[in-house]
Design a binder for this molecule. Structure first.
Ligand SMILES: Nc1nc(=O)c2c([nH]1)NC[C@@H]1CN(c3ccc(C(=O)N[C@@H](CCC(=O)O)C(=O)O)cc3)CN21
Ligand SMILES: CC(C)C(=O)C(=O)O
Length: 290
């Protein structure tokens, strides 16, 4: 049997990928920043389902299976109740639906904070059950030891500082961060700690622009912004927010489409036709052979 094909773990060993291709890798993302500069910004979007992944994959470098799925898919009030099982299942769907982007999966609240060992167990389970290439976790200095523990044992880690939604109960809401000098210094120190611990990307969320720029210029690894600055090394948004699926979104979201209106208008047309008995029509109806 040829060993030149990349075998997809989700398919049979006798069924190699038809067109030999290679998914982007974590080192390829890391290498996008050279000597403190990123020529081509890193494009990241969230994905939670296989079909969503199929549609986004050709346009992205990284697909993030974010724990925002708690709010977006499950209607939960925050990301706090999200479980490892939910993350593993959605990440597996996203891996099945993509072949180009690096798939990164969020570690949910409570699955990694206790100890590096707990984090390794959780991260290993996520990668084993999904085929994703890396994990993301929230926190800076407090998580540095955990980040290096994971990286040294073969698990690439994306960090996340600034507005960290899993800390909503400590922060008291989802307000932008870095307005006071102390807060600003802490955000930079957190990003530096993650970089030194070996994180390949740091996500900076919901911070005043000068701090986002300072972080981007200070750390050598790729800095991906959300509610941060166009000067970051890359950007991420929650796909459903960008598509206009939600009526209330953070100020940092740009709605590139109005999918909510499209879905609602389409459901209205369907409902009208059902009530008028004009759907199904002849083309959607089976007739016996005669
Ligand atoms: N759909 C969605 N999009 C997100 O960006 C997102 C999630 N869900 N879930 C997890 C976290 C939570 N995030 C949020 C949620 C709300 C605001 C927000 O409404 N911010 C207000 C200010 C809030 C305040 O002043 O208290 C804003 O106007 O931007 C920001 C980030 C970001 N993440
Ligand atoms: C918004 C991004 C960065 C995220 O963490 C999520 O989707 O959960």
């Amino acid at each position: 049997m040829s060993t030149t094909f990349q075998l997809d773990s989700a398919t049979s060993r006798a069924n190699p990928t038809p067109a030999p291709m290679r998914r982007l890798t974590v080192p390829a993302i890391r290498d996008r920043k050279q000597d403190g500069k990123t020529e081509e910004p890193v494009v990241m979007l969230t994905a939670y389902t296989a079909r969503q992944a199929q549609l986004l994959d050709p346009h992205c470098d990284v697909l993030l299976v974010g724990d925002s799925l708690g709010q977006v898919i499950y209607g939960l009030p925050s990301t706090i109740p999200v479980t490892l099982e939910m993350m593993a299942n959605h990440a597996a769907a996203v891996v099945r639906g993509s072949y180009h982007s690096v798939v990164v999966v969020d570690m949910p609240f409570g699955s990694y904070e206790q100890s590096p060992e707990q984090a390794f167990d959780s991260a290993a389970r996520l990668l084993k059950e999904s085929g994703a290439a890396a994990v993301k976790l929230e926190g800076g200095e407090a998580m540095a030891e955990t980040v290096s523990f994971l990286v040294n044992r073969g698990i690439p880690v994306m960090g996340h500082v600034g507005l960290t939604p899993q800390a909503v109960n400590v922060l008291g809401g989802y307000r932008a961060r870095g307005r006071s000098d102390a807060e600003a210094e802490k955000i930079v120190a957190d990003a530096v700690a993650l970089e030194q611990a070996g994180a390949f990307v740091v996500v900076v969320e919901g911070v005043v622009e000068p701090i986002a720029i300072e972080v981007t210029e200070t750390v050598s690894c790729v800095v991906i912004g959300i509610g941060a600055s166009a000067k970051c090394d890359g950007q991420v948004l929650v796909t459903d927010d960008m598509l206009g699926m939600f009526e209330r979104v953070p100020r940092f979201v740009k709605r590139y489409a109005d999918m909510a209106e499209l879905v609602s208008d389409t459901a209205a047309k369907y409902a009208e036709e059902v009530r008028a008995r004009t759907f199904p029509g002849p083309e959607q109806t089976y007739q016996p052979k005669r």
